[in-house]
Design a protein. Sequence first.
Length: 94
Amino acid sequence: MALGWAVHYGVGILYGVIFVFLAGQGWLAAPTFLPVWLFALVTISAGWFLLQPGMGLGVALSRTPTPWKGRALGLVAHTFFGLGMWVVALLAAA
């Protein structure tokens, strides 16, 4: 389980690097929440369409007892991921 979480956070760091590359220096100089939040929400698609089906949980947790609860929690978690990236960017720009 520890390896799984380590890989998950490693992928999160990679996503952060990809976002900064895509957003460019302009966003780093004046970070806004909306672009990073939308990017963070898009990243959940990897879990929904690759990881979860690969684990037998179905597309977007469709084979679980409460798929909408898991989806909602994933969206909240990825919102916090985007919020964390935005706050760090704000602190770095200050």
